[in-house]
Design a protein around this ligand. Structure first.
Ligand SMILES: [Zn+2]
Length: 319
């Protein structure tokens, strides 16, 4: 579909100020080829009280059903303002900031909204990194050297992949891992980087099976007295230090370990779009992905690990 999005706050308020305008926009994102009845596949339908009624079988479909906006009691224009604010804040949005700007009654609501939107920051079936990619692990949390304050987070181990783009950094991927074993590291690489790419790591044995998995594995051993890891894998270590600053700055270190994965998703979303000239385009991307990500019950947002580990968002099945 044509990428259609507000270019500034005035356009947002003028074009997406009503429930109907927001629904129409979301419908175009959800059914770019036109509405199709999820039950019978018919393309004949008309809007009835904010829903689509199938002209063939008569069933009604809400544009927000099966998306993160399902069952929301908040008017969609408020959600749109939230998405606008989240995507136009250069360094991201904190719950307190969102609460203030939208005049929400509770901090908890703002916090929950941000977590719902973070679920939409990972596109189901997104492209893998390719080319030459640096991979390394790092601890985040606890007292951070060179940074004021401390993260309200016990030390957590993460693994980061940063694609090389000339002298700079292309796209990135990151994940929290339980340890630095091959069982944790290799699946991350396989989920993040296309087979056949060059993976550049240090000499840690957790990476030693990469060559047998179809990667061109380039190892630089960090020897004492010589260079440090951040000099040998400069891209990945720059990303890690930017991540730490962001967690400390925007979120004031108030990130708990069980929610860390979702902050990593938000950081990745922002980082990979940092060169986008139009903030409106980020809004478009977020709204589009919000239509493709299944709803997450409040309980699972607060306790993501209770049922099982992070449950990956499932794409909405288009019928
Ligand atoms: Zn039908």
């Amino acid at each position: 579909m044509v990428e259609e999005y507000p270019r500034n706050l005035t356009e947002l308020e003028a074009n997406y100020g009503t429930e109907e305008a927001c629904r129409t926009y979301l419908a175009r994102l959800r059914w770019p080829e036109g509405f199709r009845c999820p039950r019978c596949g018919s393309e004949k339908a008309w809007p009835v009280c904010g829903r689509w009624e199938c002209g063939n079988c008569g069933c009604q479909t809400s544009v927000t059903a099966g998306t993160i906006f399902q069952d929301t009691h908040t008017p969609l224009p408020v959600w749109f303002r939230a998405m606008w604010w989240v995507t136009t804040q250069k360094n991201g949005a904190s719950a307190l900031g969102l609460q203030r700007v939208l005049g929400l009654k509770s901090y908890e609501t703002a916090w929950t909204w941000l977590h719902k939107l973070r679920r939409a920051m990972v596109r189901p079936g997104r492209d893998l990194l390719i080319g030459r990619v640096e991979v390394d692990e790092a601890y985040v949390g606890g007292e951070e050297e060179g940074l004021p304050g401390r993260l309200n987070l016990k030390k957590a181990l993460i693994v980061v992949a940063a694609q090389q783009d000339g002298p700079g950094i292309g796209r990135i991927r990151m994940r929290q891992i339980i340890d630095a074993s091959a069982e944790s590291l290799v699946p991350f690489v396989q989920d993040s980087v296309e087979v056949g790419s060059i993976i550049h790591t240090d000499g840690w044995r957790g990476y030693s099976s990469l060559a047998s998995k179809g990667y061109d594995h380039e190892v630089t051993v960090v020897s004492r007295r010589k260079k440090t890891a951040s000099e040998l894998l400069p891209r990945v270590h720059l990303v890690i230090s930017l991540l730490k600053r962001w967690l400390m700055g925007t979120h004031q270190g108030a990130v708990s370990q069980k929610h860390l994965d979702y902050y990593l998703d938000e950081f990745t979303f922002r980082f990979n779009r940092r060169r986008s000239k139009s903030r409106g385009k980020l809004f478009f991307r977020l709204a589009q992905q919000a239509m493709a990500v299944a709803p997450v019950p409040y309980d699972r947002i607060v306790h993501p690990n209770r049922v099982n580990a992070k449950v990956k968002a499932q794409p909405v099945v288009a019928t």
